[in-house]
Ligand binder design. Structure first.
Ligand code: NAI
Ligand code: MG
Length: 344
């Protein structure tokens, strides 16, 4: 475990800087006193794009590469055309730093709201492939804008890409009490990619006899996430299905204010990036109403990734205890951050 952390921080836009300030507050409070934390801020996102037209210049990409990890708030505002920051910044980082594991834990904390009846016991994690599938930009359109337009968006699946994310998911499942892995795909219709995924899970699974595996079509998985979420432990799935399932998972487990995520390169060859699932929330930016808890939980994922397990657990315990005492009285972003920092 490293005795220093060299962290890149991208506060971003809207509530991004507000929640990141609290995330850093709690992160540094949780670290053992002999671990040195250095942070470098990067001005990237909508504000930067409006000012200079830049999304992620190569020089900054190279600088970011030198850090141990990245903490991101949120980027975007209504004035930036859709796709500019997604492709030019977020996806660019994901592909450049080979973030092939997109990790989204879903846990229903005590005393938090869920739309599900009967408060099921929810504690699962989605391992979503992050560098392949339909998100690679493998497509095009011709006769664009005419009645004869043709558009393709081809899903890319490689044996190498599927195997490495499946292995990561098995490792995570083996380390959890329930030791269960569910592959989610649509292999009855998307037979080419689907069978590659199924065969890979079967083959790699032979090396993990302690892990139970099962399979669900993605449409069935959406039903069970609502009717029987307790059946899930680790879900492994492709980029597109994972995108959709993780939002549903956030919705049934306390909502967007609590959903944390990591874009991870498990090999350590590149820095991994941790961020709340929510966006820049322009509707509440500057009002102090943003809940920083999702960012704080993302900081815990960051610490765990860097080997600081005890500090990560301290943060998660602090969040659990804080949520248990929430009674609906509104608290400011900074008040929640202060409360969590003092608990760790
Ligand atoms: P959003 O997540 O920013 O907001 C959706 C709703 O949830 C809003 O009513 C907002 O006030 C509320 N909300 C979000 N985070 C909250 C928090 N921490 N505490 C309390 N309430 C919270 O999604 P929206 O409105 O679709 O997008 C706003 C901007 O954020 C857009 O420019 C979008 O492109 C960008 N965005 C950026 C993401 C990223 O940086 N990874 C992810 C999602 C959206
Ligand atoms: Mg999404």
């Amino acid at each position: 475990m490293a005795r220093s952390i060299d962290l890149a921080v991208i506060p971003g836009d809207g509530i991004g800087p507000e929640v990141v300030a609290e995330g850093l507050k709690v992160l540094s409070a949780a670290l053992p006193s002999d671990v040195k934390l250095a942070t470098t801020e990067y001005d990237l996102g909508a504000r930067r794009w409006h000012a200079t037209g830049e999304t992620l210049p190569d020089a900054e990409l190279a600088q970011l590469r030198g850090h141990d990890a990245i903490l991101l708030g949120a980027v975007g505002d209504p004035g930036v055309p859709s796709g500019v920051l997604e492709r030019g910044l977020l996806l660019k980082l994901r592909f450049a730093f080979d973030h092939y594991v997109n990790l989204r834990p879903s846990r229903l904390f005590p005393n938090t709201a869920t739309p599900l009846a009967g408060r099921p016991d929810i504690d699962f994690v989605v391992v979503r492939e992050g560098t392949e599938g339909p998100y690679v930009g493998n497509g095009g359109s011709m006769r664009t804008g005419t009645p004869a337009e043709v558009a393709t968006e081809v899903s890319l699946n490689t044996a190498y890409g599927v195997e490495r994310v499946v292995r990561d998911a098995f490792e995570r499942a083996a380390a959890r009490p329930a030791k269960k892995l569910t592959l989610v795909h649509k292999n009855n219709v998307l037979v080419h990619a689907g069978h590659l995924w199924s065969r890979t899970v079967e083959r790699v699974g032979a090396e993990y006899p302690g892990v139970t595996t099962d399979y669900l079509h993605v449409d069935a998985a959406t039903i069970f996430l609502v009717t029987q979420p307790e059946r899930f432990d680790v879900i492994v799935t492709d980029n597109l299905f994972g995108d959709i399932l993780t939002d549903l998972a956030a919705a049934v487990t306390g909502g967007i204010g609590l959903a944390a995520s990591g874009n991870i390169n498990p090999t350590g060859a590149f820095p991994s990036m941790f961020e709340p699932v929510h966006g820049s929330a322009p509707d509440i930016a500057g009002t102090g109403k943003a809940d920083p808890t999702a960012t704080v939980l993302s900081a815990a994922l960051l610490l765990r990734h860097l080997g600081h397990e005890a500090a990560a657990e301290k943060i998660e315990d602090a969040v659990t205890a804080d949520l248990a005492e929430r009674d609906g009285t509104p608290r400011s972003t900074a008040a929640i951050g202060d409360a969590l920092a003092s608990r760790v």
